[in-house]
Design a protein around this ligand. Structure first.
Ligand SMILES: Cc1cc2nc3c(=O)[nH]c(=O)nc-3n(C[C@H](O)[C@H](O)[C@H](O)COP(=O)(O)OP(=O)(O)OC[C@H]3O[C@@H](n4cnc5c(N)ncnc54)[C@H](O)[C@@H]3O)c2cc1C
Length: 469
C-alpha cells in the first residue's frame, strides 16, 4: 500500500473567497461531514479534502481548476467513489471536485450509434436508457449501479463482458476535458475513424484523473443482442476449468462472459446464503458462461460450450431454461462481494491479470502464498481474459495479519509479473499500488509517463500522489 504524506492545509481565506465567486454557497462544502464523506473511496483510506466543490457545468469546472492552478492548490476529480485504489481521494488536502451535478444523458443518436453524456451519468442508467431503444453499451463493471461514466473512463473500467466486447476504452470516441491549467479541449468526436494528430482521447482514458477533468464523453454503442444463454459448469480443479475455457475458444465460440469462481469463494457465498452446498461436493472451481446474439446462433453456441465443458471433465453442466433460472445462476457471482465482506470487512482486492493459459499457475502461486502467510485468499474473476480478483482477507484489528498481508501482496505482484501478467487489469494504480509500479514498468517507461504528466500539469496540482510514488 502507498503511504500518505502528512496533511498540508492548502486552502486559505483568500482562496475560498475566490471559490465562492465561482460556485454558489450550497455547492461549496467545508463542513466536517462532507469532507469526511468525500475523503474516502472503496479503498477506505485517504485524506480529507479542505473543501468539496460541486460545479454546475464545464465553465465552472474550468474556472475552479484555473483558480487552483494559480494558487497551486491540489484538486482531485471524483465520480461515485467506488474506486479500489484511492484514486478519488486527496493525498495532500486541497479540494475534491465532484461532478455529481453534471449527470445528464445529452443525446442518444440511434442512426449513428452514439451517446453523448455528462460525466456523472451512472453507468447502469445509461445502459438502461440505450437498451430501451434496442441499443447496447457493453462495459459492465460490477459497480455499474453506482459508478459513473467519467470514473469508468478515468479507470478504463472492465467487467465480465470484456472478453467479447472489450473494456471502456473501446467505446470512447471523444471527450471534453478541462486541462490542469483551466483550458478546455475536445478530443476525438462523433466519428469512429479519426487519425488526426496524437490520440489524446486514449491517453486520457485510464489516466486516473491525473491529466484532465472529463466534462463530457462521446460513446460508441452497438445493437443490443436479442437473446442470451447462460450455463454453469463445475470442476474438481482449476486446471480443468481453464481447459474448458480453452476448449470453448477452440470451438470458435466467443462468450459474452466467462466467469471463474474458486472453491473458497463458493464456500463464502454458501455461508452467506445459508445453504449447505452450492455445487456438487468437491467442487474447486465453477464457470459461469454466457453466450449472446440471435436465437439460432445462441442455441448452437450454447451446445458447443456445453460440450467443451464436458470434454474438460465438468462434474455438472446446467443451462438456464428461462430468465428466472438465468438470474439464479448469476446469483452466486452477484453475491460474491457481499459474502466476502461477511468473512471480514477488510479485504485487499487485487485485480491481477495473466495470459489465460497461465491461470492455473496463478492459482498455484496463490495457494503457495496462502499457506506461507497463513491467510484466507478467495479468488474469482474473468477467466476469458485472465483477469482474476485475488482477495487477501484480513482482520482489521489484527496488526500481525495486516503486516503478513502486505508482504504477501508484494509476493503476488512479483509472481504475476513473472507469469507475463499485469498487476492491475481494472482498478488502476491510485496511491495504493503506486509503490509497485516499478515491478511492471521499466524506469524509462515511468520517466516518459512522468514527462507526459508534466506536459499536461506543470505544477502537479491535478490528483497529485497518484500512479507515481
Ligand atoms: C463492488 C465493486 C465492484 C467493482 N467492480 C468493478 C469491475 O467489475 N470492473 C472494474 O473495472 N472496476 C470495478 N470496481 C472499481 C470501480 O467501480 C471502478 O474503478 C469505477 O470505474 C470507478 O468509478 P467511480 O465513478 O466510482 O469513480 P471514482 O472512484 O470516483 O474515481 C475513480 C478515478 O477516476 C477519476 N475521475 C473521476 N471522475 C473524473 C472526471 N470527471 N475526470 C477525470 N477523472 C475523474 C478519479 O480522480 C479517480 O482517480 C468495483 C468497485 C466496487 C466497489
Amino acid at each position: 500500500m502507498g503511504k500518505l504524506e502528512p496533511i498540508h492545509l492548502r486552502v486559505g481565506p483568500a482562496f475560498l473567497t475566490y471559490l465562492q465567486a465561482i460556485v454558489s454557497a450550497p455547492y461549496l462544502k467545508l463542513d466536517e461531514d462532507s469532507r469526511t464523506i468525500y475523503g474516502a473511496d472503496a479503498l477506505k483510506q485517504g485524506r480529507r479534502p479542505d473543501a468539496v466543490v460541486l460545479p454546475a457545468d464545464t465553465k465552472e469546472v474550468a474556472a475552479v481548476v484555473g483558480l487552483c492552478a494559480r494558487h497551486r492548490v491540489p484538486i482531485v476529480p471524483r465520480g461515485a467513489g467506488t474506486g479500489y485504489t484511492g484514486g478519488a481521494v486527496p493525498t495532500q488536502g486541497g479540494i475534491v471536485l465532484s461532478l455529481e451535478r453534471m449527470n445528464r444523458i445529452l443525446e442518444i443518436d440511434e442512426a449513428n450509434l452514439i451517446a453523448v453524456v455528462e460525466p456523472h451519468v451512472v453507468t447502469g442508467d445509461l445502459q438502461a436508457a440505450v437498451e430501451r431503444v434496442g441499443l447496447f453499451y457493453p462495459p459492465d463493471p460490477a459497480s455499474l449501479k453506482e459508478s459513473v461514466i467519467a470514473g469508468n473512463v478515468a479507470e478504463c473500467a472492465g467487467g465480465p463482458r470484456a472478453f467479447k466486447y472489450g473494456t471502456t476504452k473501446q467505446y470512447v470516441l471523444g471527450l471534453e476535458v478541462v486541462l490542469p491549467t483551466g483550458e478546455v479541449i475536445r478530443t476525438g468526436g462523433k466519428v469512429v475513424k479519426n487519425v488526426v494528430g496524437y490520440d489524446l482521447t486514449h491517453l486520457i482514458v485510464g489516466s486516473e484523473g491525473t491529466l484532465g477533468v472529463i466534462t463530457q464523453v462521446v460513446l460508441r454503442l452497438v445493437p443490443k443482442p436479442p437473446v442470451q444463454s447462460t450455463l454453469r459448469a463445475t470442476f474438481t480443479d482449476v486446471e480443468s476449468a481453464v481447459q474448458a475455457v480453452i476448449n470453448v475458444i477452440r470451438a470458435r465460440v466467443v462468450p459474452a462472459a466467462v466467469e471463474l469462481i474458486d472453491g473458497d469463494s463458493l464456500e463464502a457465498v454458501a455461508q452467506y446464503l445459508q445453504v449447505r452446498l452450492l455445487a456438487p461436493q468437491g467442487t474447486a472451481a465453477m464457470l459461469l458462461l454466457e453466450v449472446d446474439g440471435v436465437p439460432p446462433a445462441v442455441e448452437e453456441e450454447a451446445g458447443r460450450v456445453e460440450e467443451a465443458c464436458r470434454d474438460a471433465g465438468a462434474t455438472e453442466v446446467l443451462r438456464a431454461r428461462d430468465e428466472e433460472e438465468r438470474q439464479e445462476l448469476w446469483r452466486v457471482r452477484r453475491e460474491l462481494s457481499r459474502s466476502l465482506k461477511m468473512i471480514t470487512p477488510l479485504k485487499y482486492n487485487h485485480d491481477v491479470v495473466v495470459p489465460k493459459g497461465r491461470i492455473p499457475e496463478l492459482f498455484a502461486l496463490v495457494r503457495e502464498i496462502r499457506d506461507e502467510f497463513n491467510l484466507r485468499i478467495p479468488c474469482f474473476g474473468h477467466a476469458g481474459d485472465g483477469n482474476i480478483h485475488v482477495n487477501i482477507m484480513v482482520d482489521p484489528n489484527n496488526q500481525a495479519e495486516i503486516a503478513r498481508a502486505r508482504v504477501a501482496e508484494r509476493r503476488l505482484f512479483t509472481g504475476v509479473v513473472s507469469l507475463e501478467g499485469s498487476i492491475s487489469g481494472e482498478h488502476g494504480i491510485g496511491f495504493a499500488k503506486a509503490p509497485f509500479l516499478g515491478l511492471e514498468l521499466s524506469p524509462e517507461a515511468i520517466a516518459l509517463m512522468k514527462r507526459v504528466k508534466r506536459a499536461f500539469d506543470p505544477h502537479d496540482i491535478l490528483n497529485p500522489g497518484k500512479i507515481f510514488s
